[in-house]
Design a protein around this ligand. Structure first.
Ligand code: SAH
Ligand code: SF4
Ligand code: F3S
Length: 463
C-alpha cells in the first residue's frame, strides 16, 4: 500500500517551492501526497520564522497534529511528524522539547536527505539543521510530469537562496544561510521540464532574487536579466516573473529587461520597508527613500504601466510619528498596486531585538491600520483603472462559480470570465467589465490564435 504524506507550507514562496520538492523526493520513497491530514502516515509542517505569530502558529498546529497522531494510533495506524523550514532551522531540538510527538526536525538545506533521515529517525528522534557542503538542489529529483500538471500552469522555481544583507530585523540570513545562486544550466533543465509538463508562467524566486549571480554555460557569472532572457527562450513559457528583489540590486540592465523582454510581466515586488531615512539606516537597509524613488522612476521610465508592490514594517524601534509620516508620503507618491505590511516583531538573535526604544503595541496597531487603509485605497484605484480596458489573461483554474475560469492579468490581478470554450493554460484577450474587492470580471474577446503554440509570445497591453 502506498504511504501518504501531508505537507503544509507556511511563509514565503520559497517554502511553497520547497514543499513541492519534498513531495518529489518522497515520491521516490513510495509516498503519495494527500490534502487530508487525518489519512496521512507522514505529516510535514514546513514552517516560517519571520514573525513571532508565524512561530506561534506552528506550535498550536503541532498540538492539533499530535491529537490526530494519538487518534490514529488508537486505530493501529502510525503517524510520523516532521517539522521542516525556518522554525526547524532556528529552533532545532527545542521543538521536540516543546512537542514530544515530533519525530524529525529538518532544516531547509537538508531536504534531499529526507528519506534517509526518516529511516534513521525510526528509533530515535532526530534533528538535522546542518548546512551541508553538497547543494541540495543538485541532489533533489526533478519534478515529474504528473505532479507538475496537478500543480497547475504557473510554477515557482528557486534560482537563488539565502541572504547576506542582514537587515536588523530579519531572521532570514540565519535560517536560510548565505546567498547561493544555482547554475544556469540546472535552472534551465528544471524550467524545460516544467514547460514540457504544461507550465506556461514561471516565477523565478529567491530571498534576494535580483542579486542572482549563477554560473553561466560560458563559465562566467550571469546576472538575473541574462538568466531571464535565457529562460524566456524555452518553448511554452509565455510569462516570466521574479521575486523577491532588494532595491540595492535593482541595476540598470535588469530595469532594461522590463522594456526589452516581452515575456517579462510588468509587475515588480520591491520591498522598501519604510519611507524614513533614519529608520532605513537603523534597519541596515543601506538605501534611502530617495534611492528608492530614483529606482522606481527609472523603472517607470521604461515601463510606465508597471504594477508596483512592496513590503512595509511599522513600529520598528525608534520610529517616530514623523518617521511614519515619511512612510505615508512615500506610499502616496509611489501608488502601489499591492503591498504587504506588518507590525515589527522582535526576533531573538537579530540586532534590532536588543534596541531599547521599542514602539508600543498600541502605536504599532494604529500605524498599521492607517498604512493598510491607504495601501488598500491605492490597490482599489489601480484595479478600477482596468475597468473598460482590454488586456490578456493567463487562465489558471476553475473560477468561483460554475462555468467560470480564473486567470491573471500581466499585473497579477485576478480576473473571472465565462469559461466556456476555454481551458487553463490559454492566454485570452479580455475586456474588463467590472471590479469587486478582490477580483475583476471580464469578457473574453479573442483567444490568442494559437494559445498553446510553443513559441507564442505575449504582447502585453500598454494602453
Ligand atoms: N527578502 C525579502 C523579504 C524577506 S521577509 C526582502 O528583502 O525584502 C518578507 C517581509 O517580512 C520583509 O520584507 C519584511 O517586510 C517582513 N519582515 C521581516 N522581518 C520582520 C520582522 N521582524 N517583523 C515584521 N516584519 C518582518
Ligand atoms: Fe531579510 Fe533583509 Fe535579507 Fe530581505 S534583504 S531576507 S529583509 S535580511
Ligand atoms: Fe519565513 Fe523562512 Fe520564508 S522565515 S518568509 S519561510 S525564508
Amino acid at each position: 500500500m502506498t504511504k501518504k504524506v501531508f505537507i503544509k507550507s507556511y511563509g514565503c514562496q520559497m517554502n511553497v517551492y520547497d514543499g513541492q520538492r519534498m513531495a518529489d523526493v518522497l515520491a521516490g520513497d513510495g509516498y503519495a501526497e494527500t490534502s487530508r491530514q487525518d489519512e496521512a502516515d507522514l505529516v510535514i509542517l514546513n514552517t516560517c520564522h519571520i514573525r513571532e505569530k508565524a512561530v506561534d502558529k506552528v506550535y498550536s498546529e503541532l498540538g492539533r497534529v499530535r491529537e490526530i497522531k494519538t487518534a490514529r494510533a488508537g486505530q493501529g495506524l502510525e503517524t510520523r511528524i516532521v517539522v521542516a523550514g525556518c522554525v526547524a532551522q532556528a529552533e532545532g531540538a527545542e521543538i521536540q522539547r516543546r512537542q514530544h510527538a515530533v519525530d524529525l526536525v529538518v532544516g531547509p538545506q537538508s531536504y534531499h536527505r529526507l528519506p534517509d533521515l526518516l529511516a534513521r529517525s525510526r528509533n530515535r528522534r532526530l534533528v538535522d539543521t546542518e548546512f551541508p557542503v553538497e547543494d541540495k538542489f543538485g541532489a533533489l529529483p526533478e519534478p515529474d510530469r504528473a505532479r507538475t500538471l496537478a500543480r497547475g500552469v504557473t510554477a515557482f522555481l528557486t534560482v537563488q537562496e539565502g541572504c547576506d544583507k542582514f537587515c536588523a530585523f530579519c531572521v532570514v540570513p540565519y535560517t536560510r544561510g548565505a546567498e547561493l545562486s544555482r547554475p544556469v544550466e540546472r535552472i534551465m533543465a528544471e524550467a524545460r521540464k516544467l514547460a514540457e509538463a504544461g507550465v506556461r508562467e514561471l516565477t523565478l524566486i529567491g530571498q534576494n532574487v535580483n542579486a542572482y549571480h549563477g554560473e553561466g554555460p560560458d563559465g562566467r557569472t550571469w546576472p538575473l536579466w541574462k538568466l531571464l532572457e535565457r529562460v524566456a527562450g524555452i518553448p511554452g513559457i509565455v510569462r516570466l516573473r521574479y521575486t523577491t528583489s532588494h532595491p540595492n540590486d535593482m541595476d540598470d540592465d535588469l530595469i532594461a529587461a522590463h522594456r526589452d523582454q516581452p515575456s517579462l510581466m510588468p509587475y515588480l515586488h520591491l520591498p522598501v520597508q519604510s519611507g524614513s531615512d533614519a529608520i532605513l539606516a537603523a534597519m541596515n537597509r543601506k538605501h534611502t527613500g530617495a534611492d528608492y524613488r530614483r529606482i522606481i522612476g527609472k523603472v517607470r521610465a521604461v515601463r510606465p504601466d508597471i504594477a508596483l508592490s512592496s513590503d512595509f514594517i511599522v513600529g520598528f524601534p525608534g520610529e517616530t510619528d514623523a518617521d511614519f509620516a515619511d512612510t505615508m508620503r512615500l506610499i502616496d507618491d509611489m501608488r502601489f498596486a499591492s503591498a504587504y505590511s506588518f507590525k515589527y516583531s522582535i526576533r531573538p538573535g537579530t540586532p534590532a531585538a536588543d534596541a531599547r526604544d521599542q514602539v508600543s503595541e498600541a502605536v504599532k496597531s494604529e500605524r498599521l491600520a492607517a498604512l493598510q487603509a491607504r495601501l488598500e485605497e491605492h490597490r482599489q484605484a489601480f484595479n478600477a483603472a482596468m475597468v473598460g480596458r482590454s488586456t490578456e489573461i493567463l487562465l489558471e483554474r476553475k473560477g468561483r462559480e460554475a462555468g467560470q475560469l480564473t486567470g491573471k492579468t500581466p499585473y497579477l490581478q485576478t480576473v473571472q470570465i465565462d469559461g466556456s470554450g476555454f481551458e487553463p493554460g490559454e492566454i485570452v484577450g479580455v475586456k474588463i467589465l467590472s471590479q469587486s474587492t478582490n477580483s475583476l470580471f471580464g469578457r473574453a474577446d479573442s483567444v490568442k490564435a494559437d494559445g498553446r503554440r510553443a513559441d507564442s509570445g505575449v504582447t502585453t497591453d500598454r494602453a
